[in-house]
Design a protein around this ligand. Structure first.
Ligand code: T3D
Length: 262
């Protein structure tokens, strides 16, 4: 049986490919567990300094595999609160909390939780032919996997509600124009752009990236004064690092910095 997640361990970063193309890479428990383990592995491995997540075939991810929810087989309604608690919520928190840059290369349609898992990345790059669909309303659900959070914060209530309630596809280019993702690129440039960025991060100040993620995540809940305090504490930590000393020395000596995650 094909592996549901392909892991390409490259020099300095890993490329994870959701690999259920016949189902547009929809999530099963097996895929959840494999992705969870791959993220944890990168978190533990000092040689993995960035992650790229993409999908095999023509889609990025179509969310939950609905064949696993077929009411004609299961007979009764599942407790979706439990599956979110067990699988989707921990996945989103892992992606956000990974102390390394997470680049999502959206190669095709991203629907349901698939769209919202993509939006949990730190840098989201999409192929121009890709689209984001909050497909939930079509099966009488609400957006999950952080969807109500991302959409409302990035787009505001009007666009969040319209996308969620109509389930209309949002093109990659419109998503970039609206500030939902970093950028949309020509399809044949997607992986080159994503891996170029991963290589850049793999040679960058990993700990400073982790602290930057922390600060920006804190900003969405903080008032200005509280956020200034967060910045003070995290900058203190960054300023005590070997990478900071190296960055300043390299600047003054007019040479490239050699960051080593110190
Ligand atoms: O359940 C819980 O634990 C709670 C959490 C829920 C999270 C969720 O994600 S709920 C939302 C689930 N996802 C969807 O509702 C999206 C369903 N898919 C679609 O609406 C469409 O497939 C797309 C709009 C994404 C793409 O359409 P299109 O026309 O490009 O492709 P297609 O022909 O519909 O799909 C291709 C194949 O993938 C097809 O199989 P077939 O006919 O070739 O054998 C289709 O059935 C399969 N597929 C697509 N999405 C899913 C799926 N199979 C199972 N589950 C899917 N989500």
């Amino acid at each position: 049986m094909a592996e549901v997640l392909l892991i390409d361990r490259r020099d300095g970063y890993h490329v994870l490919t959701l690999n259920r193309p016949e189902r547009l890479n929809a999530f099963t428990e097996g895929l959840h567990l494999a992705l969870r383990e791959a993220l944890d592995e990168c978190g533990r491995d000092d040689n993995c300094r960035a992650i790229v997540i993409t999908g095999a075939g023509r889609g990025f991810c179509a969310g939950q595999d609905l064949a696993d929810r077929d009411p004609t087989i299961t007979g009764e309604n599942p407790d979706l609160g439990r599956t979110l608690e067990t699988f989707y919520n921990p996945l989103i928190l892992r992606l956000r909390g990974l102390p390394k840059p997470v680049i999502v290369a959206v190669n095709g349609v991203a629907a349901g939780a698939g769209a919202n898992i993509a939006l949990a990345g730190d840098i989201v790059i999409a192929a121009k032919s890709a689209s984001f669909i909050q497909a939930f309303a079509k099966i009488a659900l609400i957006p999950d996997a952080g969807g109500t959070w991302w959409l409302t914060r990035h787009l505001g209530e009007a666009r969040a509600k319209a996308l969620a309630m109509t389930a209309e596809p949002l093109s990659a280019e419109k998503a970039a124009e609206w500030g939902l993702i970093w950028k949309a690129v020509d399809d044949d440039r997607l992986m080159a752009e994503a891996t170029k960025l991963a290589e850049h991060f793999a040679n960058g100040p990993t700990n400073a990236y982790a602290l930057t993620k922390k600060a920006i995540h804190a900003a969405s809940a903080n008032a200005l004064e509280a956020q200034l305090n967060v910045e003070r504490e995290l900058q203190r930590e960054a300023g005590l690092s070997g990478d900071y000393k190296e960055g300043v020395a390299a600047f003054l000596q007019k040479r490239p910095a050699n960051f080593r995650k110190r």
